[in-house]
Every structure is written in structure tokens, then in C-alpha cells.
Design a protein around this ligand. Structure first.
Ligand code: PLP
Length: 441
């Protein structure tokens, strides 16, 4: 009899005992390579002493002061450093405690900004069919993840969804690469117009690379430049959900920067604290803040723990660690090895298709044979089966398959992984793929 309500009531969970770097150990002494950084979160690895020290030092000074009553130095400093790293004039930050709260907050801010600009009819949000923006009701309303929407259908807003930028399963994936972006993005404009255009649509939301809801779906070049242009033309705000891709995961601080575009709102969480505390951030462009400053002057959405000094000090220590240890340099070096290693496995195993990714965010999917794109039968549950086989080998990977295919997997180890550890990760995966093959034959 257990008091803790777990995600899967039928599953026997191992109990984690400790972690160091990319390694985790359970209470029975088994080791695991954290090949997914948990949920793409433990970016600087486990058990980093500097973070524990910073935590203790801040806790002794002041752990909590309510930000509606006091500001605090760590939160002010973290906001300064984040806005310096974020692209363009994304120059104000509101702190929250999770990626879901960041999505909720971005929605409220978009609604407030349009209201304060005298356009209260702009209330619709558009997202993508394969996307995940969080579990709370607003965030889930914007998420194209059928499994997670589950039975909440009637309680969620019925916002329009557009197809994802999913070259492998699109009708534009065979076009020359330079033509793909414009074709893939066109559905956004159609959806904006169908939803009432500039008069009705408040914002669109997209992950620069889709993570949990598809397994590292990388858009074709030009896609986000074209989406930015569509949003500008129709007076619609662009929200970049960088909860996974932010804070170095794809090789630069924020993935929005790859095409040089500046979203109106940029959300980040997960890697911001690298798992050492719950933390999320909503970063806003200057004109949005100016609207509020000249209007109500209030951004009244705080949560009790928003921007608390303890969490902010932990995130500052994570940033310090990343800069001192040139973690982005390590991502660049390991990314090439990861791509080569996964593609070598794809050569060996005919059931592995479409290895895709950037930085240390990689995905692939299972198919029935090398020639085709047919996924394994839904009842086979390719994603769940492979996650379990990796677990048997002491490798943690993230299940990124969603209905109806349920065949994708995400590999996203801590950004500090060494070359030897990456080789060990790929070796364990090789063994899991060999077992997977016998199941799929
Ligand atoms: N946005 C994206 C892109 C995510 O992947 C997630 C979680 O996986 C969220 C938002 C929600 O974040 P959280 O689980 O911290 O609420």
C-alpha cells in the first residue's frame, strides 16, 4: 500500500537513490544512463556540487519572499542574464514554476495585450497537431497531443490546429529543401484566416523543434522566418515554446535564434534550472510591456513561488556552470557524434527510420521495413516497447510517440555528456534495438 499517487498505477517503479553526471542509480544498485535528462531537463547532469552549494548559501540568506511584496537580487539578476541571452528585444521576464504555467501565462498576456490595445475580440489561439505545451487546462487546450488531452475534451478550448512541420510524413518532404519551408508554413495562414484573421486571432504557439509530441521534429529552413512574416501580416502574436529547446539543448541558448527571428513571447523552463528546482520563465518583447505600462500598468498573474530567491539563485548557479564549463561547446562536439552514432544504428536496423534532431535533442521512429514508412501496428506500442527494452539495458529514453502512430522516441542526454559516455549510451541502445528487432520481425 503506497501513499504516493504515481502516473501509472499498475507499474512497479524502481526507486532512485542518487545521481552523478549522466548516471542514475536505484536503491538496488543498478546503474542507468540518463539518456533523456529525465524529461529533457537535467541539462548539466546530476549531483553538481556547485549547485548544491549555491542552494545552501541562498537558503541561509533568504529562501522565500513573496514577489508581490519584495523584489530580490537573484531574480533581478537572472532576468538580466536571460534577457541578454534571448534574441532581439525580448527584454522583460516573468518567472513561473513550470512549462505549463509559462504557457498559461503567455495566453493571459496575449489576451491582456490585445484588450489593452482596444481589441478584446482577439481571443483565439492556434497551435499544431503534434505539439505539447503543458498539462494545465489552457496549455492543454493549445496542445495537439491526443493522449494527454485524454478525457478532458469538453473542458478544453476548441482551438484550431495546423499540421506539424514533419518532413518524413508530409507531402512536401520530397521537395528541394529550400522550397519546403514556404509550403509547410502555408497552413498557418489558412488557419488564421479561417479562425477570423486579424480580428479574432490573438496568438499562435509553436515549439521550434517538436519534442515530446513527435520526437525531435525539425522544421525545414525558412519555416520560422515565414511564420514570423505571416504573424506580422495578420497582427497575430508569435509564442515560441522553448521549454525543451531553450537553455542550450539545441546548441545555442535559444533555438528561435537559428533563423534570426524574434518571437513576441518566448517561454522556457526545464533546462533553466536543469532540474535543481521547479522554474519557468516567460520572456516578452518590449512593445508588449509598453502596452501594459501605458494601459493598466499591471501584470497580475503571479504565483506564490514566482521568482522566489532560492529558485532564482539556483538558476543563476546553473547558468554560471554552463558558462564556466563551456557546456554549449560540448553540445556542438557531441551533436556530431550523436548524429553519426544514431545514423550508424539506423544502417544496422531496418526498423529505425528518420533519425532527426539538432544539438542534443534527437529522435527517430520505428517502421516495418527500410523501404516503407508504415509504422508497427498500434497495438504493438513500439514506443513503450522500446522504452522498456532500453530500461532493461540500463538506459533511460523518452517516449515521444503519440497517437495514432505511437512509434517515436527521443534521445536527449545531459548536455555535459562526454564522448565515452555517449559511446556507452549508443552501445546500450544497440543492444535494445537488437531485442526490438526480434520483436518486430
Ligand atoms: N512545453 C513543452 C514544449 C514541453 O515539452 C512541456 C513538458 O514536457 C511543457 C511545455 C510543460 O512543462 P511542465 O511539464 O514543466 O509543466
Amino acid at each position: 500500500m503506497s501513499a504516493l499517487l504515481k502516473n501509472d498505477l499498475a507499474k512497479p517503479y524502481q526507486t532512485v537513490a542518487r545521481g552523478k553526471g549522466v548516471w542514475l542509480w536505484d536503491t538496488e544498485g543498478r546503474d542507468y544512463i540518463d539518456g533523456s535528462s529525465g524529461a529533457m531537463t537535467a541539462n548539466i547532469g546530476h549531483g553538481v556540487e556547485e549547485i548544491a552549494d549555491a542552494m545552501a548559501a541562498q537558503a541561509r540568506e533568504v529562501a522565500f519572499a513573496f514577489t508581490a511584496q519584495f523584489t530580490n537580487a537573484p531574480a533581478e539578476e537572472l532576468a538580466r542574464r536571460l534577457t541578454a541571452l534571448a534574441p532581439g528585444d525580448l527584454d522583460h521576464v516573468f518567472f513561473v514554476n513550470s512549462g505549463s504555467e509559462a504557457s498559461e501565462h503567455a495566453m493571459r498576456l496575449a489576451l491582456q495585450v490585445w484588450r489593452e490595445r482596444g481589441r478584446p475580440g482577439k481571443t483565439r489561439f492556434i497551435s499544431r497537431q503534434r505539439s505539447y505545451h503543458g498539462m494545465t487546462m489552457g496549455a492543454l487546450s493549445m496542445s495537439g497531443h491526443d493522449g494527454r488531452r485524454g478525457d478532458f475534451g469538453d473542458y478544453l478550448h476548441a482551438f484550431p490546429e495546423v499540421p506539424p512541420a514533419y518532413a518524413f510524413r508530409s507531402d512536401w518532404g520530397d521537395l528541394p529543401e529550400e522550397e519546403q519551408g514556404a509550403v509547410a508554413v502555408a497552413e498557418w495562414e489558412t488557419a488564421i484566416l479561417a479562425a477570423g484573421g486579424a480580428d479574432k486571432v490573438a496568438a499562435v504557439i509553436a515549439e521550434p523543434i517538436v519534442g515530446a509530441a513527435g520526437g525531435a521534429l525539425v522544421p525545414p529552413p525558412g519555416y520560422f522566418t515565414a511564420l514570423r512574416e505571416i504573424c506580422d501580416r495578420h497582427d497575430v502574436l508569435l509564442i515560441a515554446d522553448e521549454v525543451i529547446t531553450g537553455m542550450g539543448r539545441t546548441g545555442s541558448w535559444f533555438a528561435s535564434g537559428f533563423e534570426g527571428i524574434v518571437p513576441d513571447i518566448l517561454n522556457t523552463a526545464k533546462g533553466l534550472s536543469a532540474g535543481y528546482t521547479p522554474m519557468g520563465a516567460v520572456i516578452l518583447r518590449a512593445p508588449l510591456v509598453e502596452t501594459i505600462r501605458q494601459g493598466s500598468g499591471l501584470a497580475p498573474y503571479g504565483h506564490t513561488f514566482s521568482g522566489n530567491p532560492l529558485s532564482a539563485a539556483i538558476c543563476l548557479a546553473v547558468l554560471d556552470y554552463m558558462e564556466t564549463h563551456d557546456v554549449l561547446g560540448n553540445v556542438a562536439a557531441r551533436a556530431a557524434e550523436m548524429e553519426a552514432g544514431l545514423k550508424a544504428l539506423q544502417q544496422r536496423y531496418a526498423h529505425v527510420a528518420d533519425v532527426r534532431g539538432r544539438g542534443l535533442l534527437w529522435g527517430f521512429e520505428f517502421v516495418m521495413d527500410r523501404q516503407g514508412k508504415t509504422p508497427p501496428p498500434a497495438e504493438f506500442n513500439a514506443t513503450g516497447t522500446f522504452v522498456d527494452l532500453c530500461w532493461e539495458e540500463g538506459l533511460v529514453v523518452y517516449p515521444a510517440g503519440i497517437k495514432p502512430l505511437n512509434n517515436a522516441c527521443l534521445i536527449s542526454p545531459p548536455l555535459v555528456i562526454t564522448a565515452d559516455e555517449l559511446t556507452e549510451l549508443l552501445t546500450r541502445m544497440d543492444r535494445a534495438l537488437a531485442k526490438m528487432e526480434t520483436r518486430l520481425l
